[in-house]
Design a protein around this ligand. Structure first.
Ligand code: ADP
Ligand code: MG
Length: 624
């Protein structure tokens, strides 16, 4: 399995040999570089004293590439050659980019199904190349400040970046001439910056609202190691959206049509951002729009209007927070600390909303712009071998989800990918048929919904299950992955205690390329898979219901049903059989509902006469 290296680069270096290592926050909007000097981590400024490097790259015909502030300043005048928010394009396919095209006003070269390329005055450039320009600029800044060549860098990524996005980030690092020691999750970096890893234990929420992404992560610290309990967020939500909304309001007030006056729109966007920053400190901001004909609209943006524009955007951070808490299996009151990250958390309205969600005042002592880079620098310092090895944060993860096959050829994931190891997880499954005495357990690995699209790892059988009504048997399947990546799976019937197990090597024969391909496929087919899964689920449910009703009618139909009742049930059965063979998931679901309705009274009667094989009450969720 693709475990992260246990022996880190530079680990064996003698301690007196200090290596120059940096942490880089490669942001959607701004990027920073930080390092540890004399035991203190801080961000490095450029020659003019600025720490934040706008993540903007401008390409020119026959001239050098410009990165940062100067490129940002030219964005309004040269929008097509000035690439901003390139992080949103990292690791994305041409098709994803089409949807982003409305937001990012670049000319994309007609795709060949691969990486998107942007047409600029200097030719076609890929998102990886654009990011590499930003990284190269930060590398030069660091080398000038530190007076030597860098031995390595830790680059941060959003916690829920998928594998192709991570790979693209790594490629950009290599292209910039950096040795990428590790990609580090942004929330983990923020937690490290606050020294939360020095605490004994605790559960922390990292609320990161930047320019282009919102990330909420629930981390648990356990004996010096951070475990990501849950992450949620929105990869297309951030301060940019507020800028667009404010600019939209301004242009509306000025009566400017965005489609016909792109230049005014670009300028309004910059002014909108400035106004937003002003409103983090003041109650009102002056705004203006310069129209194509040179005339100017001037106005004021007050608190109330501002709230009306940005609150709906801020509100979109709440549902992911709740989802993350739910996924982590905790409530807000279990959170020991809330850490604010990202420039947008400077906004009082954002702070207030975060405080409301978690019911506690968030930590915000460290500049929310710099906190991620600082944490990355601390980690880089350790990985470069400048610290004792017992201070290392080592998180080994499962590269692909592990699960078992359930009815209908579908996969039920038991341990999801990126879970840290060692890990053990148990899940209960039920018997499917009346009197079932054996269960075949098929262990698979992969991200797809259907078994046929995943990799088969092992099969074994659990025998000796006492005969029971369908759905009554409880089989607990336990997956355990040890520190060496060995997977053990055991199955135990809960009433009788009969047990069976197998040991497998989860990634046996799986190369990094294959892992990569499987992940890409899982992303590409996610939509298709969920439709297929829904259909399979409904077909499986239909089979179960049909069999159960047929058995019940055969057993008790003669004594418990009147002739008209019997006819109605037969009609519903016939309809469901035909839908099962030909229809889509929604239609089958409807067929099941109609049959359920037709048999409700019959089921109640059967129960009343003390027949334990109750027809109702078995729902699909018993299988998960
Ligand atoms: P990213 O991680 O996406 O690069 P940052 O953490 O650098 O983003 O945050 C950039 C966002 O923060 C921008 O949308 C910017 O407008 C916003 N921002 C920065 N300072 C302030 C402020 N004082 N008030 C409101 N928003 C701010
Ligand atoms: Mg950020």
């Amino acid at each position: 399995m693709a475990l992260l290296q246990i022996s880190e680069p530079g680990q064996s270096t003698a301690p007196h040999q200090h290596r120059l290592a940096v942490g880089i926050d490669l942001g959607t909007t701004n990027s920073l570089v930080a390092t540890v000097r004399s035991g203190l981590a801080d961000t490095l400024p450029d020659a003019t004293g600025r720490h934040l490097l706008p993540s903007v790259v401008r390409y020119r015909d026959g001239a050098d590439v410009i990165v940062g502030e100067a490129a940002l300043a030219a964005a309004a005048d040269d929008p097509l050659n000035t690439i901003a928010s390139v992080k949103r394009l990292m690791g994305r396919g041409v098709d994803d980019v089409k949807t982003l095209g409305g937001v990012l006003p670049y000319d994309f070269a007609p795709g060949d199904g691969g990486m998107p390329r942007i047409c600029t005055a200097a030719g076609l450039v890929s998102p990886v190349e654009v990011s590499a320009e930003i990284l190269r600029t930060l590398k030069q800044r660091a080398e000038a400040a530190l007076g030597g060549e860098l031995s390595g860098a830790v680059i941060t990524v959003p916690a829920y970046f998928d594998d192709s996005q991570r790979q693209a980030t790594k490629d950009a690092g290599r292209l910039a001439g950096l040795t990428v020691l590790r990609l580090l999750n942004e929330p983990t970096a923020a937690a490290v910056a606050y020294g939360l890893d020095k605490k004994a234990e605790g559960v922390f929420a990292i609320y990161d609202l930047g320019g282009g992404t919102f990330d909420i992560s629930i981390l648990r610290l356990n004996r010096g190691v951070f475990e990501v309990l849950a992450t949620a967020g929105d990869s297309a939500l951030g301060g940019d959206d507020m800028d667009y909304a404010i600019a939209g309001w301004m242009l509306g007030q000025a009566g400017v049509d965005v489609a016909t006056d792109l230049r005014a729109a670009r300028r309004a966007l910059r002014d909108a951002r400035t106004a937003k920053h002003v409103l983090s400190e003041s109650a009102e901001a002056a705004v203006q729009v310069v129209r194509a004909d040179g005339t100017v609209w001037e106005g004021r943006l007050g608190c109330e209007q501002f709230a009306a524009i940005v609150d709906p955007i801020i509100e979109r951070t709440v549902a992911p927070c709740k989802r993350a808490l739910r996924d982590a299996g905790i409530s807000a009151s279990d959170i020991a600390e809330v850490v604010l990250v990202g420039g947008s958390t400077r906004m009082p309205r954002v702070r207030h909303r975060a405080e409301l969600v978690f019911g506690r005042t968030p930590l915000a002592d460290i500049d929310p712009d710099r906190v991620v880079a600082i944490g990355a620098a601390i980690q880089a310092d350790i990985l470069a071998g400048n610290k004792a090895s017992d201070e290392m944060l080592l998180l080994d993860v499962i590269p692909l989800s592990l699960g078992i096959e359930i009815m209908g050829g579908m996969v039920e994931k038991v341990i999801v990918r990126n879970s840290t190891i060692p890990i053990a997880k148990a899940q209960d499954f039920t018997t499917f048929k009346d009197g079932q005495t054996a269960m075949a357990i098929h262990v698979v690995q992969g991200e797809r919904e259907l078994v046929s699209d995943c990799r088969s790892l092992a099969r074994f059988e659990l025998r000796g299950i006492p005969p029971m009504v369908a759905g009554a048997g409880r089989i607990r399947v336990t997956f355990q992955v040890d520190a060496d990546g060995l997977l053990g799976v055991s199955a135990q019937e809960q009433t009788s205690g009969v047990e069976s197990s197998v040991v497998v090597k989860p990634s046996y024969g799986l190369s990094d390329d294959e892992i990569e391909r499987m992940l890409r496929d899982s992303i590409a087919y996610a939509q298709e898979d969920s439709v297929a899964r829904d259909l399979r689920e409904q077909q499986t449910e239909a089979d179960r219901v049909l069999a159960a009703v047929e058995n019940a009618v055969a057993a008790d139909g003669a004594t418990l049903l009147s002739a008209p009742e019997r006819e109605e049930i037969d009609r519903a059965l016939a309809r469901l059989r035909s839908l099962r063979a030909n229809a889509n998931a929604a239609q089958i679901r409807d067929g099941i509902a109609v049959l359920d309705q037709a048999t409700a009274e019959f089921a109640a009667r059967r129960m009343n006469v003390g027949i334990s094989k109750a027809l109702s009450g078995h729902r699909l969720d018993e299988f998960s």
